[in-house]
Design a protein around this ligand. Sequence first.
Ligand SMILES: Cc1ncc(COP(=O)(O)O)c(C=O)c1O
Length: 376
Amino acid sequence: MKETKNIETLAIHSGSKHWSGSKAIAAPMEPSTTYEHHVEGHQDGDFIYSRYENPNRLQLEQLLCSLEQGEAGAAFSSGVAAITAMFMSVPKHAHIIIPNDLYHGSRSILENFADRWGLSYTSVNTTDLEAYAAAIKPETKLALLETPSNPLLLITDLEKTIHVAHQKGVRVCVDNTFSTPYNTTPISYGADFVMHSTSKFLGGHSDILGGAIIAAKADEHFDAIRMIQRKQGSVPSPFDCWLLARSIRSFPHRMRMHNQNAWEIAQFLASHKAVQQVYYPGLSTHNGHEIAAAQMKGFGGMISMLINGDQERALEIVGRAEIIRRATSLGGIESLWEHRRSSEGDHSSTPENLIRFSVGLEHIKDLTEDLNRALA
Ligand SMILES: Cc1ncc(COP(=O)(O)O)c(C=O)c1O
């Protein structure tokens, strides 16, 4: 549903009036797994058992729907649980399209389970509309998009790609983890579903593991996703829901600063002699810059760079920073970077000299000093 309020207001107020008992301003947390039945045996209120539904999860799902302009949402125990549910929700023998460059864990789900689930898939460059259209088969039911992609920060034109898919009856799910609803709302470009690793910018403090699927329409396909969430039990705990909803209250302001710091750092890196190439959609040299400028409010907090040198040199640089911590994951208030290929493992096609950088909210001068130290 199209919201008329701005994201800063929605993040603070959406889902906050669900609590019936007290008039608490901050949401209470309800850990109970089960709810008392009516004396005649049937359920007495909205809740039965917390795998099925819980007030904190309901509040979180409403909040996520309002940020992403969807009609229905399902929260999961991780981003991977959400994407797994998305893939499981398509009919048997369906074909799925995934981008060439995407979170390696999403590809790995299909590599490991597509056969068992009777699915097939094709990996394609989603920035190339012709190649994308050609990859669609009569049995294609779902296309996954990631923009900016992980880790190469490729930009896919949402409007055009979704249009091509819809013309051929294919539903589209956009992994909006990197862009976040602060920068892009894929449903407003026609996406059928948006998914998130809420462990990243939405959680924002590297202390919650979570995922979500938000649907443009509360239709039968969403009912299938809801059924998988409940039957499989891949649900976040009440505490994780409570903490995530609490964290989202300040998410738009964090995101604005992630955008700003990353943009300044991308420019700094682009003129640094130790750096061969910077992948950041905010730079006018980026292949997808024009599309990004049209479909993103800010360019996000993620940067990838190719450094001059090999894997050893990349690892050396990553190890030399004092403020930027050496760790995988992203989207937290603290800057993190990693030699991405080492994290992805043996099958990775990520260049050996690529460093992926999640730009945090430290003061920009401290970050650039740290970068100068590390890249020296
Ligand atoms: C773009 C993207 N999608 C999904 C995931 C998976 O999320 P999670 O780690 O919460 O399972 C990640 C994790 O890094 C990611 O970067």
